[in-house]
Design a protein. Structure first.
Length: 380
C-alpha cells in the first residue's frame, strides 16, 4: 500500500514544520508555558491565519473538511515542536462534538468562529472517579423552568483554563456507569455558579478543574437529544486518540533526532560515543520502535473517521497501546543514552521525555487498554 502523503498534505506538512521551526523555539516555548494563558496567542493567531485551525472543520461552516490523515499531519508537526496550543482539544474533539451533535443553528454559531480562531473550546468529560470511563459521570443536569440546572465537578480539562466555552458531559437520566442518559451542554466558564481552578499539567499543557453549583443553562445550551450523547462522545474520543498518536510520533521523532545528534557529537575516550556498538544497537532499537509507532499512527488516522464498529475500536486501541509503549521506551532510552544531561530542565529532551510518558495516560493506561481490547475480542 502507498502511505505517502498527497501533494496537498505534503504542502501542509512542509508549511507546519517550517512554522514550528521558525516560531516555536525551545526558549519561546518555556516562556509560553509559564505564561497565564498556557499557550502562545500569537502562534494560535498564525495557525488561524494560515488556515490550520480550519483543517478539521466542515467545509459548509468555513473549514477545510480535513480527514484523520490531515489531523495526523498537523498533530505530528505540533508534537515535534512540543506546541502547547489546544488544537486537539478545541478543533478535533470540541469541533467534532459540535459537528456530531449540534443543531444547524449551533453549528453555524460555533464552527466558523472555531475555524477562524475566534473561539476556543474545551471538553469536560473526566471526573475524579471516571478513570477513562466517560459513562461513569456523576455531574447532573436537571430540567428547570427556564432550561437546565447543572451541578457537579469536572477534573483535568485540558485547555479549559483559556476556553471561551466548555462542552460539559452531564447525566440527565440514569445512574453512573450507564451509557444511556448522558447529555452534552455548552457552558460559559464565566457564568454564575461556575468555578475554575487552572494549573499546568506534568505533560506541559495547562488544564483546569471545574465545579458547577446550580448553574442555570438555557434550552439551547443542550447539544443533541437529552440522554443521547454517549455514542457521539465515544466516536469523537476515538478521533482524539488517533490525533494523540500522531502527536506522540512527532515528539518521538524529535527525541530520536536529539539522541542521534548527541551520540555523534559527545566525545569519550577520544571518539564520539556513537562509535560504540552497544550504543548503536540501542539507537537502532529506538528507531525500530519509532517506525512501528508511525505505522500504527497512520492506521489510527485512516480509521478515525470511519463509522463506529468493533473493528474500528480494536484498531484504535491497538494503535494507542503500541504508540504508548514505543513512547515510553524511546523516552527511557533517550535519557539513558544522554546520561545526566537528558534530565536537565534546560535541555529540550527532558521535556519530550516527560511529555511522551504522560501522553500514555491521557485516554487510558495499559490496564485499561488491554482490558478494553480483550473485551472487544470477546464480543466477536
Amino acid at each position: 500500500m502507498d502511505f505517502s502523503f498527497s501533494d496537498e498534505q505534503q504542502m501542509l506538512q512542509d508549511m507546519l514544520v517550517r512554522l514550528v521551526r521558525e516560531h516555536y523555539g525551545f526558549e519561546q516555548r518555556d516562556q509560553v508555558q509559564r505564561s497565564a494563558p498556557g499557550f502562545s496567542e500569537a502562534f494560535q493567531a498564525q495557525l488561524a491565519e494560515l488556515g490550520v485551525l480550519a483543517v478539521p472543520i466542515d467545509e459548509a461552516h468555513g473549514g477545510m473538511g480535513g480527514s484523520g490523515v490531515e489531523n495526523l499531519v498537523v498533530m505530528q508537526a505540533l508534537g515535534h515542536g512540543l506546541c502547547l496550543e489546544p488544537f486537539l482539544e478545541s478543533q478535533i474533539l470540541g469541533g467534532g462534538l459540535v459537528q456530531a451533535l449540534g443543531s444547524e443553528a449551533q453549528r453555524e454559531a460555533l464552527l466558523p468562529a472555531l475555524a477562524a480562531g475566534e473561539l476556543l473550546l474545551a471538553v469536560a468529560s473526566e471526573e475524579p472517579r471516571t478513570h477513562y470511563r466517560p459513562e461513569w459521570t456523576e455531574t447532573r443536569a436537571e430540567r428547570a423552568a427556564d432550561g437546565w440546572r447543572l451541578s457537579g465537578r469536572k477534573s483535568v480539562v485540558i485547555g479549559g483554563q483559556a476556553a471561551h466555552r466548555v462542552l460539559v458531559v452531564a447525566r440527565t437520566a440514569g445512574e453512573p456507569g450507564e451509557c444511556d442518559g448522558l447529555s452534552l451542554f455548552l457552558v460559559d466558564p464565566a457564568a454564575s455558579g461556575v468555578q475554575r481552578r487552572s494549573y499546568p499539567t506534568m505533560a506541559g499543557p495547562w488544564a483546569c478543574d471545574l465545579s458547577f453549583d446550580d448553574v442555570l443553562l438555557a434550552d439551547d445550551a443542550l447539544l443533541g437529544e437529552p440522554g443521547g450523547a454517549f455514542k457521539a462522545l465515544d466516536h469523537q474520543l476515538g478521533r482524539a486518540m488517533a490525533a494523540q498518536c500522531a502527536e506522540a510520533v512527532g515528539s518521538m521523532q524529535q527525541a530520536c533526532e536529539l539522541t542521534l545528534y548527541y551520540l555523534k557529537t559527545r566525545q569519550q575516550f577520544g571518539k564520539p560515543i556513537g562509535r560504540f556498538q552497544v550504543l548503536q544497537h540501542r539507537m537502532v532499537d529506538m528507531t525500530t520502535e519509532l517506525e512501528l509507532a508511525t505505522s500504527m499512527a497512520i492506521l489510527a488516522a485512516c480509521v478515525a473517521d470511519e463509522p463506529a464498529s468493533l473493528e474500528r475500536s480494536r484498531q484504535l486501541i491497538a494503535a494507542q497501546h503500541v504508540v504508548k509503549r514505543a513512547a515510553q521506551f524511546i523516552a527511557e532510552q533517550a535519557i539513558q543514552l544522554h546520561g545526566g544531561i537528558g534530565m536537565t530542565w534546560e535541555y529540550r529532551l527532558a521535556h519530550h521525555a516527560r511529555h511522551l510518558v504522560m501522553l500514555g495516560h491521557r485516554f487510558g493506561d495499559d490496564d485499561r487498554q488491554l482490558k478494553a481490547y480483550a473485551d472487544l475480542l470477546a464480543v466477536s
